[in-house]
Design a protein around this ligand. Structure first.
Ligand code: PMP
Length: 284
């Protein structure tokens, strides 16, 4: 099956898709993105991802793109690729212009996408949990906008791998636990879950939202509040959430064993519920 790209209305093999070198996404990181996954060929939480994409665009004063146009393009690309489990990456930049910090409000977007099969996380990561480090959050002040400015995330992830760990968790200068390099963070203490509130310091993860909904449904209490590294180290369970990550237990952080040092029952239960919901194929 082919890995395909979409470039301003045209679908082609990925290696044929080129953007001009004066794309503002390339020169200024002036570009927003989304990553949406399918289960059994059907998108999970498509509308929520499109809501977030539209919000990212509007926060940066990009001209809007009609939802129908976005949806038709995404669905056509997914259809042509035909993967049962696809990951669609969508990137919209402000446009192409001679390099200048200031920009013209009338620039035409560059709208590009790629589709590839989702590579499931290694089974062992899911069954045994992963190791993480914490890292000072040096990102800009609008992490709620999903821009391609991911250098800090990329360096943090690499630092974790170089340290023999699997991922990094961003922590504020006051020790507040924010989010992972490409995921949100939940902790469980007793029967109580905690996760960071929606502020400008984290991305409003779609999976985070779904997990909060599932918790409500099954009677688990989620306290949406700031918490620090001490609470993180002392939690019974810690897990990351994201579109690819789904739910991934973290069993060791900065060398501290979390809970019993293996994935806990609440993480396992929520993973099962999340998969069930994704596979049910209900509209969001
Ligand atoms: N935070 C960051 C920084 C991310 O990159 C992601 C992945 N998009 C998430 C959180 C999780 O978001 P979602 O559940 O929508 O994939």
């Amino acid at each position: 099956m082919p890995d395909l790209a979409y470039l301003n209305g045209e679908i082609m093999p990925i290696e044929k898709a080129m953007v001009p070198i004066e794309d503002r996404g390339y020169q200024f990181g002036d570009s927003v993105y989304e990553y949406i996954a399918t289960y059994d060929g059907r998108f999970f939480m498509l509308e929520a991802h499109l809501d977030r994409l539209e919000r990212s665009m509007s926060e940066l004063n990009y001209a809007p793109i009609a939802r129908d146009e976005l949806k038709t393009a995404i669905e056509e690309l997914n259809h042509q690729a035909g993967y049962p489990r696809a990951g669609i990456y969508i990137q919209i930049s402000r446009g192409v212009a001679p390099r200048n910090h200031a920009f013209d409000a009338k620039l035409a977007h560059q709208f590009v996408m790629t589709v590839r099969a989702v590579h499931e996380l290694p089974k062992e990561a899911r069954s045994k949990g992963i190791n993480a480090i914490t890292i000072p959050d040096m990102r800009w002040g609008r992490c709620d906008i999903k821009t391609v400015q991911l250098l800090a995330n990329s360096l943090a992830k690499q630092k974790a791998l170089d340290a023999g760990c699997d991922d990094a968790i961003f922590v504020s200068q006051h020790g507040i636990v924010r989010e992972g390099t490409s995921s949100n963070v939940f902790i469980v203490s007793g029967k109580q879950l905690m996760t960071h509130p929606l502020t400008e310091n984290i991305l409003a993860g779609i999976t985070r939202m779904v997990i909060i909904q599932i918790c409500k449904k099954i009677g688990l209490d989620v306290n949406i509040t700031l918490f620090n590294t001490e609470a993180l180290y002392n939690a019974d369970e810690v897990f990351l959430t994201g579109t690819v990550t789904e739910i991934l237990p973290v069993v060791r952080i900065d060398g501290n064993g979390i809970g019993k040092g293996k994935p806990g029952s609440i993480s396992r239960k929520l993973f099962k519920r999340l998969r069930e919901r994704a596979l049910a194929g209900e509209p969001d």
